[in-house]
Design a protein around this ligand. Structure first.
Ligand SMILES: NC(=O)c1ccc[n+]([C@@H]2O[C@H](COP(=O)([O-])OP(=O)(O)OC[C@H]3O[C@@H](n4cnc5c(N)ncnc54)[C@H](OP(=O)(O)O)[C@@H]3O)[C@@H](O)[C@H]2O)c1
Length: 341
């Protein structure tokens, strides 16, 4: 290796029982040095992803995966630059994406890296619209939501990374799209930038029944509900589903802070599923990983032409990572939240 690199790493050291914060992490400094093995590459992170699934994997029981182990670097998606390479596939200066976690430098085998082309899209999009959030937004909506022209699509968490894309894909599919988000700035974003038909600020509603009243007026009934948040917002939408509605469960961020079992003891208001012969389907991004190229082929031209808005919220500073993760639960982001390091 040419240089020893001063590394900084956030170790995940304690399981949160409610909101995650810096007390669950330890910042450690070390040095990367020594010879590179064949096909090994050193990557310097430039954008590090914070995602709600990190909080899911902090629970002590199995979810869709085993819990994230304690005492290791927090896993996450990263976009970075190659600073040294013993691989025939990567050269110094190449941009790559990797799953190398919350650390400034990582030694990676070439098989762990995907090369990015900065000329075709900003490299940070590999963690957002052209990455995992884009993948679940596209396949979740198109394959589980099955939108048809004229359908009414309701999206919760509509100003976030996944929701803002689902809402726009829904417009492209010819739907009337109603977005639900927290606060006037996010609702303005939904109307002015994403050109949605209606935006509903859930924070203005004290109970799910109040929210249902507003949504009756805004939607006239729901054909597709793409759910990112669960809890009271979902309670408000379900009574409005129409005949053969499709409910896509992508996330339930309002429930992640508790034990995942409280207070949402189970799916609620299921009689509406019976009355309307509706379907409800959970979707997971990893199930579509082998179809990434298909999604990128469809969506990348829209990103390039500006037909799809991909908003990013940047937080600067490696030391900000735990606080940035926490801010997802406070609604601190519009679009994809990234930490720039
Ligand atoms: N199934 C999958 O494979 C998959 C993949 C990616 C993401 N997801 C899920 O999709 C959802 C969105 O993920 P994302 O990465 O796009 O995050 P995001 O929407 O960009 O950020 C999270 C947003 O959730 C909202 N939120 C937080 N607490 C809330 C609460 N108690 N009630 C209502 N809204 C709340 C906040 O927006 P407001 O200000 O509007 O409240 C916040 O900005 C998450 O549930 C995530 O787990 C699933």
């Amino acid at each position: 290796m040419n240089a020893p690199y001063s590394n900084r790493q956030w170790f995940y050291v304690k399981r949160p029982t409610s909101r995650v914060g810096s007390e669950h992490y330890e910042l450690r400094e070390s040095e990367i040095s020594g010879p590179l093995a064949a096909n090994e590459v050193v990557v310097r992170a430039r954008y590090i992803s914070v995602d709600p699934y990190i909080r899911i994997q902090q629970h002590e029981r199995n979810t869709y995966d085993v819990p994230h182990p304690l005492g290791i670097v927090q896993r996450s998606g990263v976009v970075g630059e190659v600073v040294e390479s013993a691989s025939p596939l990567f050269a110094k200066g190449d941009w790559v994406s990797a799953y190398s976690g919350w650390q400034l430098y990582a030694r990676c085998h070439q098989s762990e890296l995907t090369k990015l082309d900065p000329a075709s899209a900003p490299v940070s999009t590999a963690l957002g619209v052209l990455g995992m959030p884009g993948r679940i937004a596209w396949f979740g909506l198109m394959e589980a939501g099955r939108p048809r022209p004229g359908d009414t699509l309701v999206v919760s968490g509509a100003a976030g990374a996944v929701g803002s894309l689902v809402a726009q894909f829904g417009k492209k599919a010819g739907c009337k799209v109603v977005g639900i988000a927290g606060g006037p700035d996010k609702c303005r974003f939904l109307l002015d930038e994403l050109k949605l038909d209606r935006a509903v600020d859930y924070r203005e509603h004290k109970t799910h029944k109040d929210l249902t009243s507003t949504l009756i007026e805004a939607t006239g009934g729901v054909d597709v509900y793409f759910d990112n948040v669960g809890g009271p917002i979902t309670d408000a939408v379900i009574p409005l589903i129409k005949r053969r509605a499709r409910i896509v469960i992508c996330g339930a961020i309002s429930q992640y802070d508790g034990g995942l079992d409280t207070p949402d003891m189970g799916p609620r208001f299921l009689q509406h599923m019976l009355f309307q012969r509706a379907t409800i389907q959970g979707v997971l991004a990893r199930d579509y990983i082998n179809r990434m190229d298909e999604m990128v082929a469809q969506v990348a031209p829209w990103v390039k032409s500006g037909e799809i808005v991909f908003k990013e919220t940047f937080v600067d500073g490696f030391e900000q990572l735990p606080a940035a993760l926490n801010s997802l639960f406070e609604g601190g982001n519009i679009g994809k939240l990234l930490v720039r390091v």
